[in-house]
Every structure is written in C-alpha cells, then in structure tokens.
Ligand binder design. Structure first.
Ligand SMILES: [Zn+2]
Length: 356
C-alpha cells in the first residue's frame, strides 16, 4: 500500500473506507449516530469494528479522532492495518481487536478539535463524582487573548501578543492552564463541557460489550499536534504507575512518558483513560495516548484560536475557510515525509501492542 493513499481528504471518505475495509476483513461493524450532520448533511457516526474473537483474554483497542480534526492520521493508521491484514492476524487467538473510528465525528467532519458543543472531549470524561465546574486559576486572565469575540484576522500581531504573555506568565503557567480543561467559558478553547457528551454516553453504554470478558485491555488512542515534528510519544496517565515499567519495556523507554508537567505531556481533568479504567475496574485497562508532533505549540494555538473565532463569530466571514485549512495543516501536515513517517510509526506502535 502507498502510505500516502491511506490518508483520506475528509471525514466522509475516511468513514466509507473504514467501513468497507473492516467489513471485507470479516469484522463485526456497527455505526453509532451522534444525532448531528456533516457540512454536506450526512449523518455523523462513531464506527466500531470488532474482530470475531469469542471469549477474549486480552483486547487491543485502537481509537482515532477523539479530537476531531486530529483524526486524519489515526484513521489512516486504522485503514493501513486493515489493508495489511497480516498485522492484525499476527495476534494470539485469544486476543480481540476493537477499532474505533472517529470518537468525535463532528470535529472530524467540521474540521474542529472540539465536538458539536464546543467541547474538548479529552476534558469531558469526568468521573461520576466529579462536577463540571471550575477552571485553572489563570484561564480567566488569558480569556480575552484566547477567545476574542470577533471574526479572525490574518493581520493581527498574534505572535507578539503570545510572546508577551509567555514572558509575563511563563511557559509553564500557560501549559498548565490551557490544554488542561476549563468548565466556565463555553465558547472558549479547551472547554470541558457542562455534562457528559454523546461520545461519553455511547462509550458508557457499549465499551464493556466491545471489550468482552478480557481481563487485560491495551488501548492506543491516536492524537496529533503535540511534540516534535514527525516524532511521537506514548503518554500514560498518572493513575497507572505500576504499568509504566512493563509498557516502557514493550514500546521503548524513550517514548513512553508518564503525564506530568515535564516533557510533552500535561495533566488534564476529564481524560478518557482514567474514565475507561473506572468504567471497567475488573480488568487491567492500560491506555496510551499516542501523540505525534507537528508544529510548534505557539503556531498550533494560533490555528486553534483563529478557527474557534471563525466558528463562533465569523462562519460566513471570508477568512472561515482559511482558518479550517490552517487547522488541518497544524494537525495533519500536507508534507509527504511527515505523513509517511507518522503512518509507519503508528503501524509499528500497533504491531508492538498486538504482540505478546
Ligand atoms: Zn489530541
């Protein structure tokens, strides 16, 4: 397979290819509607393909698109795995494979990192006892800069303003404030929502049955836009320190990183991993967030900010399409080298997950 061909130009084509290929491979396929439509009026769905493996002892989950527009790479990796069936077939007979395509189909289809309610889904998975309230203490200080209530402009001095903020508040303060989730600014960046999302409801109702009776789950959730260009890290939640040694041995100590304020990762509230572990306490559930680096964080933030302005304050504005194009480039660079390299690395991660 030509690796570049695995990348689809949009969500609708990505979904069609995923469905057709997983059916051709004999997988059980189900589409879960989220009651939203694409820009061209098609129903949006989370598509799940499950290998026919009765009574699995181990389940490997490979998911894409929790952050919508980040789904292009994860979708391409899933398609490449289905194209190269020998990789998926190399697992032991008691291992089930679950492929989840587009956990945030709205964001994928509309080219947003957020869902239909402007929610960052990786901040929406609060545990049952947690409340959808509060924000990092500095978020309100950054709100005016992050979320202007006007259409985007190509000519404002964004970089100067951002550098001034970094000098004033430090990079560490920004990192610990921005992507960690806020629950007070519904139109702002990194909003965690005010209730469980549709995606969360679908997972709550179905994840146990997708996993089967497996006592061990290894879940790889693919993301882009964080880290050094063309490289990746596998981020492990703070709740799994006992697993970190084992996972480092399997995937490489240089790429497995426990989420902290150091390295490329950051600590979040409402992350998918802890929520899955809480939902399935009877099994050993390890989730690795595979983060592939693209551009510098300051450029990625610029693209997120511009697209969010266009979405809320300028969806008929002349710059609307420009912001979408920029956002896709920040999370799925057009560079052939980046795409081929990231796809090869992503397949390798899946091979390592399937082995053993
Ligand atoms: Zn992400």
């Amino acid at each position: 397979m030509n690796y570049l061909e695995a990348f689809s130009p949009n969500y609708a084509i990505a979904r069609e290819r995923f469905r057709a290929k997983s059916l051709a491979c004999g997988y059980d396929c189900t589409a879960y509607p989220i009651d939203q439509v694409s820009p061209t009026g098609e129903e949006l769905t989370i598509d799940v393909a499950i290998s026919v493996t009765s009574n699995p002892k181990r389940t490997i989950v490979i998911s894409s698109g929790l952050h919508g527009v980040e789904g292009f790479l994860g979708s391409a990796i899933q398609l490449a795995l289905l194209e190269q069936q020998q990789i998926l077939a190399s697992r032991s007979p008691d291992t089930r494979v679950v492929l989840i395509h587009a956990l945030n189909p709205y964001g994928f289809a509309w080219r947003r990192r957020w869902n239909e309610d402007n929610v960052d889904l990786n901040c929406n998975f609060l545990l049952p006892e947690e409340e959808f309230t509060d924000s990092p203490k500095n978020y309100s200080k950054f709100n005016a800069f992050l979320n202007p209530t006007s259409p985007p402009s190509k000519f404002e001095p964004y970089i100067l303003h951002a550098i001034w903020l970094i000098l004033k508040h430090s990079m560490t303060s920004l990192r610990n404030t921005l992507p960690v989730g806020q629950y007070d600014f519904p139109k702002g960046l990194f909003f965690g929502g005010n209730r469980p999302s549709k995606t969360q409801e679908i997972l709550a109702a179905n994840l146990p049955q997708w996993i089967g009776k497996a006592s061990e789950v290894l879940h790889i959730d693919f993301h882009t836009g964080l880290g050094k260009w063309g490289t990746y890290k596998l981020l492990l939640g703070l709740t799994q320190p006992t697993s970190s040694q084992r996972l480092a041995e399997r995937f490489g100590a240089d790429v497995v990183e426990i989420s902290s304020t150091e390295g490329v990762s950051y600590q979040i509230r409402g992350g998918l991993g802890t929520w899955c572990q809480n939902l399935l306490p009877e099994c050993r559930y390890n989730i690795l967030t595979a983060e592939f680096g693209t551009y510098l964080a300051i450029k990625v933030l610029q693209a997120l900010r511009a697209e969010n302005r266009a979405h809320h304050w300028g969806n008929s504005h002349q710059n609307y399409e420009w912001t979408k194009h920029q956002l896709v480039e920040c999370f799925t660079p057009a560079s052939h080298k980046w795409r081929a390299q990231s796809l090869v690395q992503g397949i390798e991660i899946c091979k390592q997950a399937l082995s053993g």
